[in-house]
Ligand binder design. Sequence first.
Ligand code: SF4
Ligand code: SF4
Length: 251
Amino acid sequence: MEYVRELKKDGVIRHIGMSSHNPKIAALAAKSGFVEMILFSINPAFDMLPAGEDLDELLSEGYRYDKELSGIDADRARLYRLCEEENVGITVMKGFAGGRLFDEKRSPFGVRLTPVQCIHYALTRPGVSSILCGFDTKEQVDQAVHYEDASEAEKDYASILANAPFHSYRGECTYCGHCRPCAAGLDIAMINKYYDLASMQPEVPATVKSHYMLLEGKASACIGCRACESRCPFGVPVAERMKKTAELFGC
Ligand code: SF4
Ligand code: SF4
């Protein structure tokens, strides 16, 4: 690291980044103060698994995500929030889990996702700036590039995952935006994201608070109609969370 920092000081390199498959290691980098971006493996399947570096294990065939797993692994969720807070950009790799997610027989969820849905999942994690997509054929490149003009319905990974035979996202906000529109005009996914970012800390971080304050609609404007809850595929108690968010941020 000293060598890399020297090179940066001398202007040989402009920015410092690193790559990892392990959320605990990546979190150390995010907290280091000099790693500016992290290349990290993110997809809905990996997100359920505890920290590890063994990609073969992560990609192994026949692996089922059983009921013992509950939602996004805490270390992974913490990493994404930490990166957002520390302004460390994440570039996603393995967004398609090596293509496994395109095949219901190989997907741990028992349903297939499209490249557009996988890209949308990756890009809606806190801290994520971009995704690098793997491909074998020109058609696969076209399918990924289609993200640029895809409709909201095409991007919707939430209803696919929520109806899958195997998943464990119950009660957890994935920031999918499926609950739109809010009767009070709130950006529910973004408010939930800031709530998660802030509530993991003993005190609300100033950066998160300032981002929250920039939102046009604040959680306190929620009228508790729960229309959003009927549209949330993961059963998130949105109205209750809006109350907690208003308490946490004071508006
Ligand atoms: S509350 Fe539900 S529908 Fe809305 S963003 Fe979160 S997970 Fe998606
Ligand atoms: S319960 Fe609150 S957040 Fe949900 S639609 Fe109604 S006003 Fe919006």
